[in-house]
Design a binder for this molecule. Structure first.
Ligand code: B3K
Ligand code: ZN
Length: 888
C-alpha cells in the first residue's frame, strides 16, 4: 500500500472538551507491541495492538477512532490483512476504521521525524540522543493509538539503532532480550509487566555516563538504580542518587509503599519542556533537576533536586499504579504527589522553612491565577488545550486541599485512607471522586461540603474578629468566609475551611483552649463551614492574642486587625514557626504598603526604628536554625506586595522595597558585616546539610543587604572571585548583587563568570537569568542582545526560561516599562516560539495575560500585544486558549 501523507491543514476552530461529556472508551487495548527503527531523520514505528470492544461502552457503532498527529501512515493491517485506503480514513487528528470486529489485532506502521520535532512532545532528538515525552498527548505523535489515560495496556518495546552512536537503548520495565545485527545496528527488547496508560510510555537511546547504585526494599528486594547523564557529567549525578534513595526510604516509612520493578532508571536530558517525567521505570529528567556539584549548583538547586526526584519517584504509586481516568482528574495524581513531595522535604530538610517556601509559592503564583482571567477549579470542567492545565492551581492548590483533608481526618485516618485507596484502586484509572469517597469510607466523615474545594475556583477570604469578656473569662472568635467570583462561577457556596489556631497570653505562653465542653488543648482546629460562625473559649484568664491559621492550614486569605505591637509580639513568641514568620511578613507588608502610599504622595520616606530593632533582634538570635533566621529576614517579594494592591504599582513597589533594603543596610551595616564574617567560610568545603545551608543563606542575605551600599561592592567582588570555581551558592549570591550595580565590576564579574563556565549549559542558564533580572535600565537591550549570543538557543527550553522567562516573570520594573517595549519584546518572542514549541510559548505569554491588574496606560499597551498575537490565524491551540480567555 502506498504511503498516505496527511497535508497539515490550517487549524480548525479550537474545540472545547468538557468533563460532563466523558465516556468510557469504546475499545480497549490489552497489549501493545512496539518496534522502533531509529534514525535521526526518520524513524519507523511498527505497532501491533490487541484490541477488544469494551463491554461497558454503550457505543455499538463498531467504529474505531485512534488519535494521531504529525504522522505519516505507512500501512495498516487488520488481523494480518492490509487495509485498502477506502477501508479507513485519515485526518490530521485521527485514523478511523469504520467497521471493526469485536476483538482483533491491528498492525500500524508510521513514519516520524524526530529531528524536526521542536515541540519536544512525542519522540525527539536532544544532543546526540533520542528521547520521548508523552504526557499529556505526546504518544499520538509516535503512533496511532486511543491516546487517553483510561486505556491501560501491557507494553513490549523493541528498539533498534546504530550500536556505536546509541549504545544504550532503554524503555519501560525490564530488559528481556537484546542482540546485534550485521549492519552495525543493535537492538533491545523491554517488557513492562504493569498495565499503563500511553502517557507513561518512554524510550531513550544514546550514549551516556551511567552511575549505578542499589536499594534494598523493606521486604528485602534488591533494586538496581541507574542514572544516565551526558558524557563527562557523572560527577554531577551523586546528589540525585542520594535524593532517590532518601525518597525510596521515605515512601516506605511514610506510606508503606515499596518500589515494584527490579530497576529504576533516570535519564537527564538537556532539551526538556518541564522539570521531569514519571514514565514507568524510566524517568526522564530535565538536566536542571539532576546535575549538581558544589561549584555549579546552588543550595536551592540541591533542594529542588530533592523535591523533583522525590516527586517523580512518588508518582510510581500516585499516578502510575493508580492513574487518572481522564485529564480533568489531573490533580488526583499531581496534587497528591506534590503533597507527598512537600511532606518529604519537610521531613528530611526543614519542616518550617519548606512550608514557608511552599506557601510563598502558592501565594505568589496560585493566588493571582485564582483571581485572574485563567482561574479554574482544581478539577477543571473544560479545556481547549490540556497542556495549559498543568497549573499551580491543579498542582499546588491541589496539594493544599489534601493537606486540609489530612488536618480534618488527622494523620492516622488519613494514612488509613491512603492505604485503602491503593488497595481499592491499584491498576485502575480513577477519579478525584473515587479518592474522596475512599477517605469518606475510611473515616465516616461526611465530605460533601469539602468536595467544593475541587469544583469551586477562587481564593476564599476569611475575616476574623476576637472579643474578650473579662467578667465571664470568655474569649469569642467570629469567623466569616466569602469567595470572590471567578470566570464561569459568579456565586460561591461556603466551603469547609479548617483553621488551626492557638491563643497566647501576654507573656507569650499558650493558653489552654476549651471549646464548649471539649477537653483542654493548646492548639485547635476550628471547622468553618458556614458564612459566619462563632467559637467561644472558656476559662481564658486574660486578654489573649490569637495565633490564626497556623502552618497555613487552609489556602485562604486571612484578615484579622492585628496592631503592629501584636504582630511583633507574635513574631517573637508564637510557638508555631510558620506563624512567627508570617507575623513578620504581615508587619513588613503593612509597612511597605504605607510607604508606597507616602511615595506616591511624594512624602519623604522614613523607616521606623521598631522595624530595625526587630531585624537586629532576629539577626542576633542564638539558635542553630540559621536557615529560619535568614528566611525571616527576607522582605515580601515585589510580586506578593503587588498582589495586595488594587492596581499593581510596579514603580512605587520597587522604589519602596529598594529604599527599605538600602536603609536597613545603612542603619545596621555593622551588625550585618559582623554576621557576614561570622558565617562566611571561604576556605571551607561545600557540604549539603541544613546547618551549612543555613549559614550560607544567612551570610549571603547579609551580603545582599550590604551591597545596597556602594562601599561593599568590593566585598561582593571578593566573594565572587574567591568562590567562582568552588561554590556556586556564594558565586551567584555575589553576582546577583553585582549585576544590579552600575559599575565596571558588574561587567567584569559577568565576563569572568562566562569565561569560566561557558562549557556548562546549566551554569550558562544562570548567567542568562541574572542578566535578564537586572534592575538596571539596560535590562531589555541586554536581553535582546543575548538572544543573539552564541550560547543562546531558542529551541532549548531552559535557555528560553532563563532569558525570556526571567525577564517577563521576574523583572517587573523593566518588563512593565511605560514605553511598552518590554511587552512588544515578549510578544515577538512568544510568537517566534509558538512556531517551534507551543508549550513553551504558552508558558512565556503568561505575564501579558495579567493586564487587568495594572493601570490604564499599561492595560492598553499589554492588551494591544495580546490582540496582535490573535492576528495570526495559525496560532497554536495552547496560545489561542490563553490569549482569548485573558481578553474576555
Ligand atoms: N507529569 C509531568 C508533567 C507533564 C506535563 C505535560 N505538559 C511531570 C510531573 O508533574 O511530575
Ligand atoms: Zn507530577
Amino acid at each position: 500500500m502506498s504511503e498516505s501523507l496527511v497535508i497539515q491543514k490550517s487549524r480548525q476552530e479550537p474545540q472545547t472538551i468538557y468533563l460532563k461529556d466523558y465516556q468510557v472508551p469504546p475499545y480497549l487495548v490489552d497489549e501493545i507491541n512496539l518496534d522502533f527503527e531509529l534514525h535521526e531523520d526518520e524513524t519507523l514505528v511498527k505497532s501491533i495492538l490487541k484490541i477488544r470492544h469494551n463491554r461497558h461502552s454503550p457505543d455499538k457503532t463498531r467504529k474505531l477512532i485512534l488519535n494521531g498527529e504529525e504522522l505519516i501512515l505507512v500501512s495498516v493491517l487488520l488481523n494480518g490483512e492490509a487495509l485498502s485506503s477506502d477501508q479507513y480514513e485519515v485526518t490530521d487528528q485521527n485514523l478511523i476504521i469504520p467497521d471493526v470486529p469485536d476483538s482483533f489485532d491491528l498492525t500500524i506502521t508510521t513514519k516520524i521525524y524526530p529531528r524536526k520535532n521542536t515541540a519536544l512532545s512525542g519522540l525527539y532528538s536532544s544532543a546526540n540522543a533520542f528521547c520521548t515525552q508523552c504526557e499529556a498527548e505526546g504518544f499520538r505523535r509516535i503512533t496511532y493509538f486511543p491516546d487517553h489515560p483510561d486505556v491501560l495496556a501491557r507494553y513490549t518495546t523493541t528498539i533498534t539503532a546504530d550500536a556505536a552512536r546509541y549504545p544504550y537503548l532503554l524503555s519501560n520495565g525490564n530488559l528481556v532480550d537484546s542482540g546485534k545485527r550485521s549492519d552495525g545496528r543493535h537492538w533491545a527488547k523491554w517488557e513492562d509487566p504493569f498495565k499503563k496508560p500511553s502517557y507513561l510510555f518512554a524510550l531513550v537511546a544514546g550514549d551516556f555516563d551511567l552511575i549505578e547504585d542499589q536499594f534494598t526494599t523493606q521486604s528485602g528486594r534488591n533494586i538496581l538504580l541507574h542514572i544516565y547523564v551526558e558524557k563527562g557529567y557523572a560527577d554531577q549525578a551523586h546528589h540525585a542518587m542520594y535524593a532517590l534513595k532518601e525518597a525510596m526510604r521515605w515512601d516506605e516509612k511514610a506510606y508503606g509503599r515499596e518500589y515494584d520493578l527490579d530497576i529504576y532508571m533516570i535519564v537527564a536530558i538537556s532539551d526538556f519542556n518541564m522539570g521531569a517525567m514519571e514514565n514507568k521505570g524510566l524517568n526522564i529528567f530535565n538536566t536542571k533537576y539532576v546535575l549538581a556539584k558544589p561549584e555549579t549548583a546552588t543550595d536551592d538547586d540541591y533542594i529542588h533536586i530533592m523535591s523533583v526526584v522525590g516527586h517523580e519517584y512518588f508518582h510510581n504509586w500516585t499516578g502510575n499504579r493508580v492513574t487518572c481516568r481522564d485529564w480533568f482528574q489531573l490533580s488526583l495524581k499531581e496534587g497528591l504527589t506534590i503533597f507527598r513531595d512537600q511532606s518529604f522535604t519537610e521531613d528530611v530538610l526543614s519542616r518550617a522553612v519548606m512550608r514557608i517556601r511552599d506557601v510563598n509559592h502558592l501565594r505568589e503564583i496560585q493566588f493571582p491565577e485564582d483571581a485572574g482571567p485563567l482561574a479554574h477549579p482544581v478539577r477543571p470542567e473544560s479545556y481547549i488545550e490540556i497542556n495549559n492545565f498543568y497549573t499551580s492551581t491543579v498542582y499546588n492548590k491541589g496539594a493544599e486541599v489534601l493537606r486540609m483533608l489530612q488536618t480534618i481526618l488527622g494523620p492516622a485516618l488519613f494514612r488509613k485512607g491512603m492505604d485503602l485507596y491503593f488497595a481499592r484502586h491499584d491498576g485502575q484509572a480513577v477519579t478525584i471522586e473515587d479518592y474522596v469517597k475512599t477517605m469518606e469510607d475510611v473515616s465516616g466523615i461526611n465530605l460533601a461540603q469539602f468536595r467544593l474545594w475541587y469544583s469551586q475556583a477562587g481564593t476564599p477570604i476569611v475575616t476574623v474578629q476576637g472579643d474578650y469578656d473579662f467578667k465571664k473569662q470568655q474569649y469569642t472568635l467570629t469567623l466569616q468566609q466569602t469567595c470572590p467570583p471567578t470566570p464561569d462561577q459568579a456565586y460561591k457556596k461556603p466551603m469547609h475551611i479548617p483553621v488551626k489556631m492557638g491563643l497566647l497570653d501576654q507573656k507569650g505562653h499558650a493558653i489552654p483552649l476549651q471549646l464548649n465542653d471539649e477537653p483542654f488543648e493548646t492548639e485547635k482546629v476550628l471547622h468553618l463551614t458556614t458564612p459566619s460562625q462563632t467559637f467561644r473559649f472558656n476559662n481564658v484568664p486574660s486578654q489573649p492574642i490569637p495565633s490564626l491559621l497556623r502552618n497555613f492550614s487552609a489556602p485562604v486569605k486571612l484578615k484579622y486587625a492585628y496592631s503592629d505591637e501584636e504582630l511583633l509580639f507574635l513574631f517573637k513568641h508564637d510557638t508555631d514557626a510558620f506563624n512567627r514568620w508570617e507575623a513578620g511578613q504581615q508587619y513588613m507588608l503593612r509597612l511597605i504598603l504605607q510607604l508606597v502610599q507616602d511615595y506616591t504622595q511624594e512624602k519623604t520616606l522614613h523607616l521606623p526604628q521598631d522595624m530595625l530593632d526587630i531585624f537586629a533582634f532576629i539577626l542576633k538570635q542564638d539558635t542553630n536554625d540559621k536557615l529560619m533566621i535568614a528566611e525571616m529576614l527576607v522582605l515580601p517579594s515585589e510580586r506578593y506586595i503587588g498582589e495586595q494592591m488594587n492596581v499593581i504599582d510596579v514603580d512605587s513597589i520597587h522604589a519602596v522595597r529598594e529604599f527599605i533594603l538600602a536603609q536597613t543596610a545603612y542603619q545596621l551595616h555593622a551588625l550585618l558585616l559582623e554576621t557576614y564574617h561570622q558565617y562566611h567560610d571561604p576556605a571551607g568545603e561545600y557540604r549539603f546539610n541544613m546547618e551549612a545551608v543555613g549559614k550560607r543563606q544567612l551570610k549571603n542575605l547579609c551580603l545582599s543587604y550590604l551591597m545596597h551600599l556602594p562601599q561593599y561592592d568590593e566585598l561582593g567582588m571578593q566573594q565572587f572571585e574567591a568562590s567562582l570555581k568552588s561554590n556556586m551558592t556564594d558565586t551567584l549570591a555575589a553576582l546577583t548583587a553585582l549585576s544590579n550595580i552600575d559599575s565596571p565590576l558588574r561587567t567584569k564579574a559577568l565576563d569572568q563568570f562566562y569565561a569560566v563556565w561557558q562549557q556548562d549549559a546549566l551554569v550558562v542558564d544562570k548567567w542568562f537569568a541574572i542578566q535578564a533580572a537586572t534592575k538596571l535600565p539596560i535590562a531589555l537591550p541586554q536581553v535582546r542582545k543575548l538572544m543573539q549570543h552564541e550560547a543562546f538557543d531558542i529551541k532549548n527550553p531552559n535557555k528560553v526560561y532563563s532569558l525570556i522567562g526571567t525577564f517577563g516573570h521576574r523583572n517587573a520594573i523593566r518588563f512593565h516599562s511605560l514605553d511598552g517595549e518590554g511587552y512588544a519584546y515578549l510578544r515577538e518572542a512568544v510568537h517566534q516560539l509558538d512556531k517551534l514549541n507551543p508549550q513553551v510559548a504558552a508558558r512565556m505569554v503568561k505575564p501579558l495575560t495579567t493586564w487587568k491588574r495594572y493601570d490604564k496606560e499599561r492595560q492598553e499597551l499589554m492588551r494591544e500585544q495580546l490582540e496582535l498575537l490573535l492576528h495570526d490565524k495559525k496560532l497554536s491551540t495552547d496560545l489561542y486558549e490563553l490569549v482569548t480567555k485573558s481578553l474576555e
